[in-house]
Design a protein around this ligand. Sequence first.
Ligand code: HEC
Ligand code: HEC
Length: 235
Amino acid sequence: MGRVFGYRAACRGVMLAWCSVLFACAGDSGPSADSQQAASQAQQLLSSGSRADGKALYQACAACHGAQAEGNRALGAPSLRNQQHWYLRRQLDQYRAGQRGSHPKDSYGQQMQAIAKTLPDDAAVEAVVSYIAGLGNKPAPATLTGDAKRGADYYSNLCGACHGPNAEGLELLQAPALAGVDDWYLRRQFTHFRDGLRGADQGDKYGYQMAMMAGSLPDEAVLDDVLVYIQSLAD
Ligand code: HEC
Ligand code: HEC
């Protein structure tokens, strides 16, 4: 018995070591203790806050997305500054409906879904989105390296028709702006679409469209090239 136990314990040790190596390499181990604390504070604030005061509601978002909605990489929360009103609104509605952030492996999405569901009603969603949109555009800093020229070719062939020639977003197709949005965040979302963590819910028809496209890039290096090109379009 003792020997078997010892062997099993050793195996488990090796597997745990492997898991931590894998997580360390992915650099994306999910929400930290800090962000979980911010989440519960945000939910408390939202459930006691005023429904129609966007500025007051935004205080609950600031803990993660930053005082000026500039984003916070350590917490996995993206900048919201370069995103259009209609897209922010639809994403909050989709989190609230459980169409985004329900996949068991999408821990960041789950966290944001819980917060969106604490927004009391549609008027509160509208008020907080109007407040964010009113902060104006401010491109997030570029953090990736790659071949922008190669990225430009892929972008114009595979992405531009929906996201617009300057990655400015196209409301008609419900494809959001990508230029000026945090590149590390876009990278995570792209791989989530590709791996079925986002866009797989039955009610998520726009996410489904994007998920169909996410298989079109050959590898991660090309994805970086495309994202570097997209960031060069930001203003
Ligand atoms: C505890 C931290 C936290 C708080 C508080 C928080 N968020 Fe988020 N938010 C996140 C994370 C993490 C993501 C990325 C989720 C994902 O990967 O799906 C996100 C994503 C979003 C997105 C999607 C952006 C996009 O480009 O797709 C919107 C919109 C958003 N948040 C709005 C808000 C609003 C409005 C509030 C306040 C009511 C808020 N968030 C509060 C952490 C937070
Ligand atoms: C058929 C139209 C279409 C094409 C082509 C397309 N997209 Fe999208 N994309 C969308 C739509 C629609 C969404 C919004 C999905 C949602 O609402 O969840 C989206 C969302 C995204 C997002 C998430 C943005 C965010 O803020 O969360 C990324 C990243 C993205 N697309 C990258 C790309 C890249 C890179 C390409 C080219 C390889 C591309 N897309 C091609 C329609 C398209």
